[in-house]
Design a protein around this ligand. Structure first.
Ligand code: PGA
Length: 256
């Protein structure tokens, strides 16, 4: 039986000032408060607004997440932030493995794993973004499984169970439309199968797997019919308070 709480994730990317962050919450909260207990709503602002956002949502059932962390060790990493620093600013979740970060810094799967371990050590909950690279224009189970194996090597099944995993092929980011439904279904199924085979059915039943990549409210209903999907993640529409509130409502209606 499915008992997973659905997730709606907003990745604000390199946008949203502190003033815009506060304005977002003022518009967004009244529009989602009727369903907020049925959905884990995770807002990921840029680092500069994590503290302001965590103050603006204090006492509300809205989660704050960070975009990225540097796994260290040590402090000699000018320009980077650690899991401890984003947790101190108010983040409870952190995204790792986003294609834009991987490309910018040439990161490999082992480095993404180091970020997961560092997040867990600081008691942050990782949100792993994973999918095929842009050259592969479809779901490729072998490639995705290889990546999952490297990213998760040595990670405990109980930690995996508490994570959110976003199936997000690189080529589906920043487009007019999301990936085709059969690609989304196959990608999400590969992830859950891999988790079941590696750590057993209990972890596979618990982990939330959502889809990201050009999500907009008008595409949400059909994406949410994909078997086994536990929610949606949005970039551009995640920082539009009305559009993201619509996405949250659709997630609650279909899965909550
Ligand atoms: P998009 O971004 O919704 O604007 O395509 C998604 C993402 O990069 O996570």
């Amino acid at each position: 039986m499915k008992q997973r709480k659905p997730v709606a994730l907003a990745n604000w990317k390199m946008a949203m000032t502190i003033g815009e962050t506060r304005a977002f919450v003022r518009v967004f909260w009244p529009r989602v408060q009727d369903v907020a207990d049925r959905v884990d709503i995770i807002l990921c602002p840029p680092c500069t607004a994590i503290h302001a956002l965590s103050q603006a949502v204090a006492g509300l059932p809205l989660w704050v997440g960070a975009h990225d962390i540097h796994p260290g060790p040590g402090e000699a990493h000018t320009g980077a932030v650690s899991a401890e620093l984003v947790a101190d600013a108010g983040a409870r979740w952190v995204m790792v493995g986003h294609w834009e970060v991987r490309r910018r810094y040439g990161e490999d799967d082992e480095w993404v794993r180091a970020k997961i371990q560092s997040a867990l050590a600081a008691e942050l909950r990782p949100i792993l973004l994973i999918g095929e690279e842009a050259q592969i224009r479809d779901h490729d189970p072998q490639i995705l499984r290889g990546r999952l194996r490297r990213v998760f090597e040595g990670i405990h099944g109980d930690d995996v169970a508490r994570m959110v995993i976003v199936y997000e092929p690189e080529w589906a980011i920043g487009r007019k439309e999301p990936a085709p439904l059969d690609t989304v279904a196959a990608g999400c199924a590969t992830i859950r199968e891999f988790i079941s085979e590696t750590w057993g059915q209990r972890s596979a039943d618990a982990v939330r797997i959502i889809y990201g990549g050009s999500v907009r409210p008008e595409f949400a209903p059909r994406l949410l019919h994909v078997p086994d999907i536990d929610g949606l993640g949005a970039g551009r529409k995640g920082r539009d308070p009305q559009a993201f509130a619509d996405i949250v409502h659709l997630v609650a209606e279909h899965l909550g």
